[in-house]
Design a protein around this ligand. Structure first.
Ligand SMILES: Cc1cc2nc3c(=O)[nH]c(=O)nc-3n(C[C@H](O)[C@H](O)[C@H](O)COP(=O)(O)OP(=O)(O)OC[C@H]3O[C@@H](n4cnc5c(N)ncnc54)[C@H](O)[C@@H]3O)c2cc1C
Length: 240
């Protein structure tokens, strides 16, 4: 468990094939409702990688369990070593080779941060090769829900161009804990956009996770003059 109710799950392809994925993409998990109707749900790949996953390399996802959720029941009932059907990868929520921006504004809530974890090697390359800066604004209710927080903090410590800003909506880190020394905020991510002075010319923004957050940030960034083409979105909604 990454946090209460949020699992980090790791799979390998049982057919021994590689998985050619671009960080930011997702897979779809296929299963049936209790009445036999087929359905599927999408999960972003969390695997930190910059090229195809070879045979036997882990396909990682982070799943936030939703009470009463159909896929949630599937994952909760899955024993270690259990198999699921999946397809993909899909999606275009990816860094683009032609990007010529000065800064990436990466904004997430909850498991919406997983695409950015997957992107770390590509971000590292973009920072080294073209001096791009990166700000990761990550909204979580509490320090316990700051998924992969230590990894992002360590990455920021080793990369001066990468700024990690956790935003806690409910509970701040306990006094004296490691997180109190970090660049933390108290509130929702969308409250802090102004502070980073979004720039229509230099920024490309990515928004991932809770649909209300994505919509709020999208409107705020448009208000700062960012063209729609420079605001890339992935909303975590159920596909029924
Ligand atoms: C492109 C894409 C990528 C996604 N990536 C991820 C990911 O990496 N990790 C992840 O955990 N999810 C991700 N999701 C969401 C995921 O696909 C499912 O929607 C989620 O896991 C709930 O599925 P479920 O079958 O358990 O619940 P459902 O049976 O679909 O829903 C049960 C009930 O809970 C409500 N509900 C559904 N989701 C939520 C929620 N998040 N919060 C509160 N109530 C909810 C529904 O409206 C419904 O009433 C992604 C969605 C998309 C479209």
């Amino acid at each position: 468990m990454l946090a209460p109710g949020i699992a980090h799950l790791s799979f390998v392809r049982s057919d021994g094939q590689p998985l050619d994925f671009i960080p930011g993409q997702f897979v779809q998990v296929h299963f049936q409702y209790a009445d036999g109707r087929p359905t599927k749900r999408s999960y972003s790949l969390a695997t930190v990688h910059d090229h195809a996953l070879g045979p036997g390399e882990a396909v990682e996802i982070a799943v936030s369990y939703v009470p009463g959720g159909a896929a949630t029941a599937l994952f909760e009932g899955l024993p270690e070593g259990g198999e699921i059907d999946a397809s993909g990868p899909f999606g275009r929520f990816c860094l683009m080779p032609a990007d010529a921006n000065r800064r990436y504004l990466l904004i997430a809530t909850g498991t919406g941060v997983t695409p950015y974890r997957a992107m770390l090697p590509l971000l590292e390359r973009a920072m080294a090769e073209r001096g791009v800066e990166v700000v990761l604004l990550f909204g979580a209710r509490s320090p316990a829900e700051l998924l992969y927080g230590e990894e992002f903090r360590a990455f920021a410590a080793n990369h001066p161009g990468f700024r990690f800003v956790p935003c806690f909506s409910r509970e701040l880190p306990a006094p004296g804990s490691a997180q109190t020394h970090a660049d933390v905020r108290h509130g929702y991510v969308q409250q802090f956009l102004d502070e980073f002075a979004p720039d229509a010319e230099g920024d490309i923004a990515y928004l991932c996770g809770n649909p209300n957050m994505v919509d709020a940030c999208f409107e705020a960034l448009k208000g700062h003059g960012l063209p729609v083409a420079r605001i890339r979105r992935e909303k975590y909604v159920s596909s029924k």
